[in-house]
Design a binder for this molecule. Structure first.
Ligand SMILES: CC(C)(COP(=O)(O)OP(=O)(O)OC[C@H]1O[C@@H](n2cnc3c(N)ncnc32)[C@H](O)[C@@H]1OP(=O)(O)O)[C@@H](O)C(=O)NCCC(=O)NCCS
Length: 197
């Protein structure tokens, strides 16, 4: 019985994601069987999901970061481009300009990637948002091939994370990270270099 319910749940999720992707015009190259749980999508930009990429969304799919669904938001014509063979669990990506994940990137549970500050630091410009004039600052984010972002980390606007690099759990990254290095903390600092085997 439990097996049957599990199978039914999986089929329903696949159906729901198919509808969600169609409504949001997502270019999805991965098999929908690679996505557990339903995604939350918003905005009017372009989202692309690469081949064989795996995604978990919701508490029953991965308890880490499971207080939220996997959320992809493209505002103001922003783009989210997720490469092939990536793995994402219960993370949130918000793009006002562009967020790119190259191939084989892993995002741990509860990771947030924002290419925007959402609100301006200038108090007058921030107040103008109430009148409908938006002054949020946005710069593209690039996560390079095979990088691994630890659970609950926050990657801020304009950041590039280097190839194979690792970000420790719970870090805040506001500056570029070179290839093959481990960085952790708030603000993230160098832990050590990685020698790929
Ligand atoms: C970053 C990480 C990979 C480092 O592992 P490691 O190489 O075994 O490193 P160590 O545990 O030996 O720690 C090395 C130093 O970095 C510090 N450090 C490690 N992880 C840290 C973190 N997340 N935040 C701040 N500092 C951290 C340690 O305190 C230690 O500092 P010290 O040398 O001053 O004592 C690991 O700690 C981590 O955060 N992994 C991510 C786990 C995760 O989120 N998985 C995804 C689940 S969905």
């Amino acid at each position: 019985m439990r097996k049957l319910l599990h199978r039914l749940d999986h089929v329903l999720c696949r159906l729901a994601n198919r509808v969600i992707f169609r409504l949001n015009r997502v270019e999805c190259l991965t098999d929908l069987a690679n996505i557990t749980g339903t995604l939350r999508l918003a905005g009017n930009g372009r989202i692309r999901i690469g081949a064989r990429t795996r995604m978990n969304s919701g508490p029953r799919r991965n308890p880490i970061g499971g207080d939220t669904k996997l959320t992809l938001v493209c505002r103001r014509g922003g783009e989210i481009d997720i490469g092939p063979d990536c793995g994402l669990s219960n993370c949130a990506i918000v793009a006002d300009s562009k967020v790119v994940l190259e191939a084989e990137v892993m995002l741990g549970g509860g990771v947030k990637i924002y290419d925007t500050d959402f609100h301006n630091v200038d108090p007058k410009l921030r107040r103008a948002e109430h009148a409908g004039t938006y002054h949020g600052v946005s710069r593209p984010v690039l996560i390079r091939r095979n990088a691994f972002i630890g659970a609950h980390s926050i990657i801020l606007k304009g950041v590039t994370i280097g190839e194979n690099s690792v970000i420790g759990a719970g870090s805040v990254v506001s500056r570029d990270i070179p290839d093959n290095e481990i960085w952790a903390g708030n603000p993230a600092t160098l832990v050590r270099q990685i020698t790929p085997s």
